[in-house]
Write a new protein. Structure first.
Length: 139
C-alpha cells in the first residue's frame, strides 16, 4: 500500500467543480448532477464566492421527503450553509477527519474566496483506503 501520509487535498481534488446561483431550481440542480455525474453542486453568490452546497442527500431529505415542489424550490431553500471546506494544502487525513466530524461527504477546496476544487469521500477511499475507519467508523 502506498504511503499517503504527506498527500494533500490539492493532490486529489477535482478541479473546477460545478457551481450554481442561489435562485437555481432543484430541477436544474438535479439535472446538473445527472449530466455531470456528480453528487453535489457548490452554490455561489453574485460575486462567485462559494456560500453553500447542495448534495444528492439534500435533494432526498429536504425536497422529496418533504414533498416540496422541485420546480419552485431553489438552491437557497435547501443548501447547507455555512459551507464546511478545506484549503488546498490540508492533509488528506485531516480532510477525512473533518468529513467524519461534521458528517459531510463533500468538501469544497477554497483559498481566500476562490473555489479551487472539491473532494468527496469516494476520492479519499479510492486513494487512501486506510482512511475508511476515519470516514465511516468514527461517525
Amino acid at each position: 500500500m502506498r504511503s499517503v501520509a504527506g498527500l494533500r487535498v490539492r493532490d486529489v481534488m477535482t478541479p473546477d467543480p460545478i457551481t450554481a446561483k442561489l435562485d437555481v431550481t432543484v430541477v436544474e440542480l438535479a439535472r446538473l448532477m445527472a449530466e455531470n455525474n456528480i453528487g453535489s453542486v457548490i452554490i455561489v453568490d453574485d460575486n462567485n464566492t462559494p456560500i453553500g452546497i447542495v448534495t444528492e442527500d439534500d435533494l432526498v431529505k429536504r425536497v422529496l421527503a418533504r414533498a416540496r415542489d422541485p420546480a419552485t424550490t431553489t438552491a437557497q431553500d435547501i443548501m447547507s450553509t455555512p459551507l464546511i471546506y478545506v484549503e488546498p494544502d490540508t492533509l488528506l487525513k485531516d480532510a477525512a477527519d473533518l468529513m467524519a466530524r461534521k458528517g459531510v461527504g463533500h468538501l469544497p477546496v477554497i483559498q481566500g474566496n476562490k473555489l479551487l476544487g472539491i473532494i468527496a469521500e469516494y476520492d479519499i477511499v479510492r486513494l487512501a483506503p486506510q482512511f475508511i475507519e476515519i470516514l465511516y467508523i468514527r461517525r
